[in-house]
Design a protein around this ligand. Sequence first.
Ligand code: RB5
Length: 158
Amino acid sequence: MTAIALGADHAGFLLKEDLKAWLRGRGHEVVDVGTHSTDSVDYPDYARLVAEAVTAGRAGRGVLVCGTGIGMAIAANKVPGIRAAACGDAHTARMSREHNDANVLALGARNTPLDTAIAAVEAWLEATFLGGRHARRLEKVAGLERASRGEHADAEAR
Ligand code: RB5
């Protein structure tokens, strides 16, 4: 796989560091966009860096860590083309790939023990998008994104 972009705010910094070591130990190339300490920062800044690394192709996928995973997912999902999933275990992480083709995984450092976070990342990296009916549904999700930009399906058909 191509590189994995990894980002966190202050609440996610320590888990990010642990995940970075685990990922590199498994042979993954990691692009660490920060933050680089526990000094307080704003999670959207790092969500944006990871999301744009993925949409620009500098990374194949991204992993984000904040206190809950929620803020990172909300922010990353504002970037067109990003499907970020806040997951708290291996099952939801796997499903986010199989059914939702999530290209960003968001984790909560304050509610996810390290072994659970590693299991979630491992399941997420190993799982494959199943396509079929899920692809049809994701096309509808992409339609919502186009509509929010003022592009409408009927206009595209004309
Ligand atoms: C920081 O205190 C916290 O709000 C942030 O890490 C995240 O959990 C937001 O969703």
